[in-house]
Design a protein around this ligand. Structure first.
Ligand code: NI
Length: 400
């Protein structure tokens, strides 16, 4: 197994300018979720130039590259998401988005470029690889139902024994890598709520049923699902993010429309939330003579990192970057469809520090001025290659 860092360093060094170039090209040509036609084509054509890869397009706008080592062994998947966001970029950089209304404001351009770089480096080590590395370029992470689940359903992840995904992260300083076992990202469910009263003259409230008042009660009571029904040791978020009713001053409206999101790390707690919401809404509506309709959609599952695989990833990162560079992150209530892969194989999702205030690279993700410190590309690429080699070795040991 080629794991001598001195041997790999020149390979990384050689591919790094290409990785930066690919990232800038992708940044300038962003495509939003489920529209990654050119991006997928770019990925496919770039991968075609590397030896020993078997390329497939399992779903629309996805690309999967299989690198089978000359010796049989375990199968590891590395995943990059490739989609951009519907944001108009406000940065003034040479590689600024050429597509108004679309922007790589979450760093998925960097993920794509780094995974291309990893594929190139590892493909040159093919004659010494024991096992298979599967490079998964996934569309539509940003927009539920997401691109990961269809890839899993297509069979593209079958046979995989471990799956790893990295995410550049500007709240984390460049040079730092964050990895932890257990809950990492929350489930992200959504709901729509309609409350129906009986409209009428605002001066005669007793003649109707005021949906605005019922909506207000519903909002307050739904907050108590979190504070009174959820185990305080299990984080739960229930946010009402939209409320709309009425058109003018002297009319009580018929209908109030609300929407929101629910976040959790615990599958059992998550499963119970819609039923508790129904109970609260039924009681509040009945108390005031109103009716309600709740439509609840389960979105991405929580990302929960496997203890064993995460431990091996930590080993690889500590070995390569030292203890000062490897930190333990707080879990995030944000969502990620990386969780879909974790239903197929144990895996871990880790963060690659990409922020640098001194270079004005510290804007939050999904901001119109988001950008990464490109030094993160070197670290992310090196991390991916070493994780791949270390995991293949570790998985191989276990199999023996
Ligand atoms: Ni992202």
């Amino acid at each position: 197994m080629a794991q001598d860092p001195a041997e790999i360093a020149p390979l990384l060094e050689a591919v790094l300018p290409e990785v930066a170039g690919w990232r800038r090209h992708l940044h300038a040509h962003p495509e939003v979720s489920f529209h990654e036609r050119e991006t997928a084509e770019f990925v496919f054509q770039t991968l075609q130039r590397f030896p020993g890869l078997e390329l497939t397009r399992p779903t629309q706008y996805s690309v999967v590259a299989r690198l089978a080592g000359v010796q049989p062994g375990p199968v590891l998947a590395l995943r990059a998401d490739i989609d951009a966001l519907p944001i108009t970029e406000e940065n003034e950089v040479a590689y600024v988005s050429q597509h108004p209304g679309a922007m790589h404001a979450c760093g998925h351009d960097a993920h794509t470029a780094m995974l291309l770089g990893s594929a190139k480096v590892l493909s040159t080590l093919r004659d010494r690889l024991r096992g298979e590395v599967r490079f998964v370029f996934q569309p539509a992470e940003e927009l539920p139902p997401g691109g990961a689940q269809p890839l899993c359903d297509s069979g593209a992840i079958d046979g995989v024994e471990a799956v790893v995904g990295g995410h550049v992260w500007t709240p984390l300083p460049v040079g730092t890598l964050a990895v932890k076992p257990g809950p990492m990202m929350a489930s992200s469910d959504t709901f729509e709520l309609v409350i129906r009263g009986r409209g009428g003259h605002a001066a005669q409230p007793h003649m109707g049923v005021d949906c605005v008042v019922v909506a207000a009660q519903a909002i307050v009571n739904l907050q108590q699902v979190v504070s009174r029904n959820a185990d305080p040791l299990k984080p739960l978020v229930l946010s009402i993010t939209k409320i709309h009713a009425g058109t003018t001053n002297n009319v009580i409206p018929d209908v109030a429309e609300l929407a929101g999101t629910v976040r959790s790390f615990d599958p059992e707690q998550r499963r119970q939330v819609p039923g508790i919401m129904e109970r609260v809404l039924r009681g509040v509506s009945e108390a005031h003579g109103a009716e309600y309709e709740l439509s609840y959609q389960f979105g991405y599952r929580p990302v929960v990192n496997d203890a064993k695989i995460t431990g091996w990833v930590q080993e690889a990162l500590l070995d390569r970057f030292g203890p000062d560079a490897v930190v333990t992150p707080e879990p995030s209530m944000g969502g990620e469809d990386f969780s879909a892969y974790q239903t197929k194989a144990p895996g871990t999702f880790f963060l690659i520090g990409a922020g640098n205030a001194a270079k004005d690279r510290a804007y939050p993700h999904h901001n119109a001025r988001f950008d990464i410190d490109e030094d993160a590309l070197r670290i992310g690429l090196e991390a991916e290659v070493h994780i791949a080699l270390h995991l293949l070795a570790r998985l191989g040991e276990t199999a023996r």
